[in-house]
Every structure is written in structure tokens, then in C-alpha cells.
Write a protein that binds this ligand. Structure first.
Ligand SMILES: NC(=O)c1ccc[n+]([C@@H]2O[C@H](COP(=O)([O-])OP(=O)(O)OC[C@H]3O[C@@H](n4cnc5c(N)ncnc54)[C@H](OP(=O)(O)O)[C@@H]3O)[C@@H](O)[C@H]2O)c1
Length: 335
């Protein structure tokens, strides 16, 4: 079995700091040791993958490397009694695709504790149309709800709106009855965002208006921020009394140039969101919600299916901030 060959994307450092990507043949014995061997049917592209694939050592230390923080497929072999061959599973986050060979590959081998049994309400394809982006959007929405933000409280601001997290957050919030305001840098995407349920669309510049002031007119009951930096700081300053700001991303910046006034004058809550090491006790209910009452129609509308050979341009477009929605990778090459 260990002699079986399969296709995987391999990122290697061609010359110092110059990284290239190629689809290569690997053998099972090149996978790391682990409890469970999974035949991967679908993966998906997330921002962290684009960073890993372009040599970001904050994400991946050692190259050659196969990225892919998401994978969905079928258990082939398990050393752990929790999993049996033939079961359909999802793996998102933990160290997958960071310093563990990831999901842009026809096989992964991972610790048993990283796997989630595919909920019956989702197909394998749907789990990866959601992927880490959808799971994270759902964590953000859960945080808003758990901190008391209901649709009657007011509008929810979603930044980086055309991205993976942003599009799914908009569709999910719309499905749950919230009014949303979408922030985008893509002028051509206004109609698209409206079709996802965004009530209002703001250009990035408009969302940053007044950013130098200590506090702004209160406009948001909640915020899902995927970009960080001035955008997050400005959103916090414009959040209403007891409003909740979820911070999950840094697509623009890892900085947060802020003061204390939104917190001490309006009681704004700033909630950090992490998906990779989200504990199973929180992870499973979120997947079950996404497969049940939170399953919104038309997930396929924001997703495109590509093969391993087509992923190069998706990675470069994502780094340039030019992608829209979700890119799913079909490891069986049906795309
Ligand atoms: N905390 C976690 O566990 C977690 C999980 C998943 C993702 N994330 C993070 O969340 C962020 C979004 O992830 P994603 O998968 O949705 O990425 P994505 O699909 O690449 O979307 C990011 C979006 O951010 C906007 N953007 C890009 N560059 C920008 C800039 N310089 N200034 C302002 N906006 C910019 C763009 O949307 P517009 O053109 O529409 O503005 C872009 O489509 C990333 O930073 C990612 O690492 C974190």
C-alpha cells in the first residue's frame, strides 16, 4: 500500500525566497506518520493556503511542502478505533497544510483527533464549498449570537465581503434574518454582493471615512471583520452600545490602530475568532448547524471547482486580493 503513487501540489524553494508550485507524484510513504489515511475527494483554497503556497514562513517553515488546510474524503485505513474504512470525514485546520502535508493532495494522513464525521445534511462537496472559510464565518455568527446580537439590534458590517469568509457570512446572516452592510474594494462586485443578500454595499474608502477620529457615529450592531488594520479599527469606532465586533482575519493588516473609547464609552465587545485549533466540543455543533438549520440555499453560486492543475492562477489571484467567493479543488480530477 505504501508504494501507491498519487498526485499532490508541491511547493518548493527554487532559489532563495523564490517559490514555485508543481503537481507531482508522491508515494504514501512520503506522507507523515499518523493514525488515519484519508483519500481526499475535495479540498478548498483559503487565504492561509495562498500564503503557504507562496513561501510565507509564518505559515509553513519547511519546503518542499503540500498546502491545503481543508480536506474532505473517505477513510482508507485507521490505527484508531474511532474511524473505520469507508467513513466520510472532514479535516479543517489543526496543522493540516501548515507544517503537515495538506489537502492539495489525493491522500492525507492525520491524527484521529483532527477528523470530523461528515454530517449527513452536507455532501462532501458542500463541506468544502464551506471549508475553513464557512466554518469561520459560522464561528463569527455564533459569537454575535452568543453575545446577544439579534436581527432587531441593527445592521451587521461584513468586511472583505467578496472573499471566502465574507461571502459565506453574508449569505448565512441573510438566511438568519440579519440586515448586512458589505464592504468591498471591488466596484464591479456590488450587484454580486446584493444578490447574496447584502442590504447595503460600501466601498472600502467609504468604510474608512473618519478613521482618524477617536469615535464615530454608532452604526453597527455587530461586525465580522476579515481584514484587520484601519478597517477593523474604524468598524470598532462605529459600533453601537454593547455591539459585538468579531475579528478573524488580517487580509489588509495585522495591526490594530485603536483607542479605548469604543470600549469605555459604549461597551463594545471585541471577540477574537480562531478556527484552526477550535476545540471539538465547539467544532462539532458548528458543523451540525451548518448542515442543519444554518444550511442556506445556493452555496454553489459562490463556488467554482478546479483541478490541481488549475490552482496556480487561483493562488496568485488570492494573494493579489482579486478572487471572489470560494475555490474548491476536485482531487479526483472531475472538474
Ligand atoms: N481566524 C481564523 O481562524 C481564520 C479562518 C479563515 C480565514 N481567516 C482569515 O480571514 C481573512 C479572509 O480569509 P478568506 O479565506 O475569506 O480570504 P479571501 O477569500 O482572500 O478574502 C479576503 C478578502 O479581503 C479583502 N481584501 C484583500 N486585501 C485587502 C486589503 N488590502 N484591504 C482591505 N480588504 C482587502 C478582499 O475583499 P473585497 O475586495 O471584497 O474587499 C478579499 O477578497 C484572511 O486574513 C484569513 O487568513 C482567519
Amino acid at each position: 500500500m505504501e508504494d501507491v503513487t498519487f498526485s499532490a501540489l508541491v511547493v518548493f524553494e527554487e532559489t532563495t525566497h523564490q517559490f514555485k508550485r508543481t503537481v507531482s507524484q508522491k508515494k504514501l510513504n512520503q506522507l507523515p506518520p499518523g493514525d488515519v489515511l484519508v483519500k481526499v475527494e475535495y479540498s478548498s483554497l483559503n487565504y492561509k493556503d495562498a500564503l503557504s503556497a507562496t513561501g510565507n514562513r509564518g505559515v509553513t517553515k519547511q519546503y518542499p511542502h503540500t498546502p491545503g488546510i481543508d480536506a474532505a474524503g473517505t477513510v482508507v485505513h485507521s490505527l484508531d478505533p474511532r474511524w473505520t474504512p469507508g467513513e466520510q470525514v472532514i479535516c479543517t485546520g489543526y496543522d493540516l497544510g501548515m507544517n503537515t502535508s495538506g489537502g492539495f493532495s489525493q491522500y492525507i494522513r492525520v491524527p484521529a483527533g483532527w477528523l470530523v464525521k461528515k454530517p449527513s445534511g452536507l455532501s462532501l462537496l458542500e463541506t468544502m464549498q464551506l471549508g475553513t472559510a464557512g466554518f469561520t464565518a459560522a464561528l463569527c455568527v455564533s459569537a454575535l449570537q452568543n453575545n446577544g446580537v439579534t436581527p432587531s439590534n441593527g445592521s451587521i458590517l461584513v468586511t472583505g465581503a467578496t472573499g471566502g469568509v465574507g461571502t459565506i457570512a453574508l449569505m448565512l446572516l441573510h438566511h438568519l434574518g440579519y440586515q448586512t452592510v458589505a464592504v468591498t474594494g471591488k466596484k464591479s462586485a456590488h450587484a454580486f454582493l446584493g444578490s447574496l443578500g447584502a442590504s447595503t454595499i460600501l466601498d472600502r474608502e467609504a468604510a474608512l471615512a473618519g478613521q482618524d477620529k477617536p469615535l464615530l457615529t454608532a452604526r453597527w450592531a455587530g461586525v465580522i471583520d476579515t481584514v484587520g488594520g484601519d478597517m477593523l479599527a474604524t468598524a470598532v469606532k462605529a459600533t453601537d452600545y454593547d455591539g459585538v465586533v468579531t475579528s478573524c482575519g488580517n487580509a489588509a493588516s495585522g495591526d490594530l490602530p485603536l483607542n479605548v473609547y469604543p470600549f469605555i464609552l459604549r461597551g463594545v465587545h471585541l471577540v477574537g475568532i480562531y478556527s484552526a485549533n477550535c476545540p471539538m466540543a465547539r467544532r462539532l455543533p458548528v458543523w451540525n448547524k451548518l448542515a442543519g438549520g444554518w444550511k442556506f440555499p445556493e452555496l454553489a453560486r459562490i463556488s467554482r471547482l478546479v483541478t490541481l492543475n488549475q490552482i496556480e492562477e487561483e493562488i496568485l489571484a488570492m494573494i493579489a486580493g482579486k478572487t471572489q467567493g470560494r475555490c474548491v479543488i476536485d482531487l479526483e480530477g472531475k472538474a
